[in-house]
Design a protein around this ligand. Structure first.
Ligand code: CP3
Length: 333
C-alpha cells in the first residue's frame, strides 16, 4: 500500500504523506518554459506528451506522495462542446450554453474528445517516478461545473441575481453532468488513476438550505460511484460552513479542508481522514513562519489520519525553495 492509502484506508497516523494542489503549475520555471510556447491551455491539457511531463515535474524536484494529473475541471464542459478559453490574467471564459446541443452529445464523442487526458494518465501511471505513490485523477463537482457553465466565468463573491431563474435548465444540466462525470471518472481510473478528488470550489456560495439539492445529492452519487469502482475518493467542498454535516451526508473517504476552517475543531468533529488546510499564502512569507504554520497542522492532526496539503492551490508567485522546505519538513516530522 502507498503512504496515502495507508492513511485513508488503514487510518494510519504515524506518517504524514504530502502532495499539493496545483503542485504542477506556474511557480515552476520548467512549467513556464513549456507554457510559454503553448499559449492555448486547453490544447496543452490535450497534449498527452506535455501534460504527462508536466504532471511529473514536481515529482522530479520534491519527495511528494502523489502526482495529480495536469488537466482542468473545465475540460468537462469542453468535452460537452461548450467553448472554454483561458485568457491571460482573466481566468476561464466559457461560451454560450446550448441545452439542445449538450443533450445530444453521445458518450463516444465525449471520450474521443478527452482521449489524450486518459492517454496521459496511462503514461504517467507507467512511469517509475509514480511507483509506491498515488496518481490522483479528479473532477469538478456538479455544482461547481454548473456555476461555470451558467456564469461563464469565475463568480466573484456571490452568484448573479437570476442564477436559479431557469430551473428546468439547471436540473437538466445536473443530470447530464452526472452522467458524463461518471464516464470521465471511469476512464481516469481505467487508465491508472488510483484516487479521485472531487473539487467543489464554489460550494461556499450556496445557502445552507440549497446544499442538499445542489451539493449533497449530486456529490453523494459520484462518491458512491467511485467507491463502487474500489478507489478512494477525497472531497473538497471549499467554503462550506459545516464540514461535519457535509462528511456525514456525502461520506467521502477523506475530506480536504480550506484555510478558513479551524483545524482543531475539525479534528475533534470529524472522524474520517483529513487533508490540507495550510493557507498557500504562507508559502509567500518566510521559512520561520512556514515552519510555524505547518507545525500547527502537523501537531493538531498527529493522532488523526492526515494527508498534508494546502487549503487551496500553490500560488504562481511561490518560490520553489519554499515548497522544497515544506515537503522536507513534513517528511522529517
Ligand atoms: O492541481 C494540479 O496541479 C492539477 C491540475 C489542476 C488545474 N486546475 C490546472 C490549472 C487542477 C486540479 C485544477 C482544478 C481547477 N480548475 C479548479 C478547482 C480547484 C480550485 O482552484 O478551486 C477550478 C475552479 C479550475 C478552473 C480554473 N482553471 C481556473 C479558475 C483557472 C484560472 C486561475 C489561474 O490560476 O490562472 C484555471 C487555469 C489553470 N488550471 C492553471 C493550471 C495550472 C493555470 C493555467 C496557466 O498556466 O495559465
Amino acid at each position: 500500500m502507498t503512504p496515502i492509502q495507508e492513511t485513508i484506508i488503514n487510518k494510519k497516523t504515524n506518517n504524514t504523506p504530502i502532495w499539493l494542489m496545483r503542485q504542477a503549475g506556474r511557480y515552476l520555471p520548467e512549467f513556464r518554459e513549456i507554457r510559454k510556447v503553448n499559449p492555448n491551455f486547453i490544447n496543452l491539457c490535450l497534449n498527452e506528451n506535455l501534460s504527462s511531463e508536466i504532471t511529473l515535474q514536481p515529482l522530479k524536484r520534491f519527495e511528494l506522495d502523489a502526482a495529480i494529473i495536469f488537466s482542468d475541471i473545465l475540460m468537462l464542459p469542453h468535452g460537452l462542446n461548450q467553448k472554454v478559453e483561458f485568457k491571460k490574467n482573466h481566468g476561464p471564459q466559457l461560451g454560450p450554453l446550448n441545452l439542445d446541443q449538450i443533450s445530444k452529445i453521445d458518450e463516444i464523442d465525449f471520450i474521443e474528445k478527452l482521449y489524450p487526458i486518459y492517454k496521459s494518465i496511462k503514461k504517467v501511471s507507467e512511469n517509475n517516478l509514480i511507483k509506491n505513490k498515488n496518481l490522483i485523477g479528479f473532477v469538478g463537482a456538479p455544482w461547481t461545473l454548473l456555476v461555470y457553465m451558467i456564469n461563464k466565468q469565475s463568480p466573484k463573491k456571490k452568484l448573479i441575481k437570476d442564477f436559479f431563474k431557469d430551473e428546468f435548465l439547471i436540473n437538466r444540466i445536473l443530470i447530464i453532468l452526472e452522467k458524463f462525470l461518471k464516464l470521465h471518472i471511469d476512464h481516469q481510473i481505467k487508465n491508472g488513476a488510483t484516487i479521485i478528488q472531487i473539487f467543489d470550489s464554489w460550494a461556499g456560495l450556496l445557502e445552507e438550505k440549497d446544499l442538499p439539492n445542489y451539493v449533497y445529492i449530486p456529490t453523494l452519487s459520484l462518491v458512491e460511484y467511485v467507491r463502487s469502482l474500489g478507489i478512494p475518493v477525497i472531497c473538497f467542498p471549499r467554503g462550506v460552513k459545516n464540514y461535519k454535516n457535509y462528511c456525514d451526508i456525502v461520506k467521502p473517504d477523506a475530506v480536504n479542508i480550506d484555510y478558513d476552517v479551524n483545524p482543531i475543531s475539525i479534528c475533534k468533529e470529524i472522524n474520517i481522514p483529513v487533508q490540507g488546510g495550510l493557507d498557500p499564502k504562507v508559502l509567500l512569507t518566510d521559512i520561520e513562519n512556514l515552519k510555524k504554520q505547518a507545525l500547527k497542522y502537523l501537531n493538531t492532526f498527529k493522532d488523526h489520519p492526515y494527508i498534508f496539503n494546502l487549503g487551496h492551490g500553490v500560488l504562481p508567485e511561490t518560490k520553489p525553495d519554499m515548497v522544497d522546505y515544506l515537503v522536507k519538513m513534513v517528511n522529517d516530522y
